[in-house]
Design a protein around this ligand. Structure first.
Ligand code: AMP
Ligand code: ZN
Length: 119
């Protein structure tokens, strides 16, 4: 686990070893601006702990964290003024989804019309 954390981009962001633009943080999660935004508002909610590499690792022990992530997504959307216009909450999971960082995270996207179905 230690080696994984040392080489994990999001653990480095949480530890402030890699700079990021933090828009919200609390005891469980850090919310940052995505470095390669796909919409005018594109935030990543990153759990401080590297317990879960993806949604596939979530168990009943993680229900509180999972609920907190969704609650925080809505809170950040409100803070960034996209709650009324609408936004999308995404958890890429595994290769076919394009997940590129193996530290569970939630995307919050908004500020423009988002096509459906996604690509
Ligand atoms: P995913 O493809 O779901 O794993 O999402 C990973 C996201 O992390 C991508 O949208 C990247 O643009 C973003 N990302 C990677 N490195 C950084 C970084 N150092 N700071 C901010 N966002 C990052
Ligand atoms: Zn990590």
């Amino acid at each position: 686990m230690e080696n994984i954390e040392q080489s994990c981009t999001f653990c480095s962001i949480v530890a402030k070893d890699i700079p990021s633009e933090v828009v919200y943080q609390d005891e469980q999660v850090v919310a940052i601006k995505d470095a390669n935004p796909q919409a005018p508002v594109h935030v990543l909610l990153i759990p401080r702990e590297h317990n879960l590499e993806s949604l596939n690792d979530a168990s009943k022990l993680d229900l509180s964290l999972m609920g907190h992530l969704l609650y925080t997504a809505a809170k950040v959307a409100n803070q960034l003024d996209i709650a009324e216009s609408g936004y999308r909450v995404v958890i890429n999971t595994g290769d076919a989804s394009g997940q590129s960082v193996a530290h569970l995270h939630v995307h919050v996207l908004g500020g423009r019309h988002l096509a459906w179905p996604p690509g």
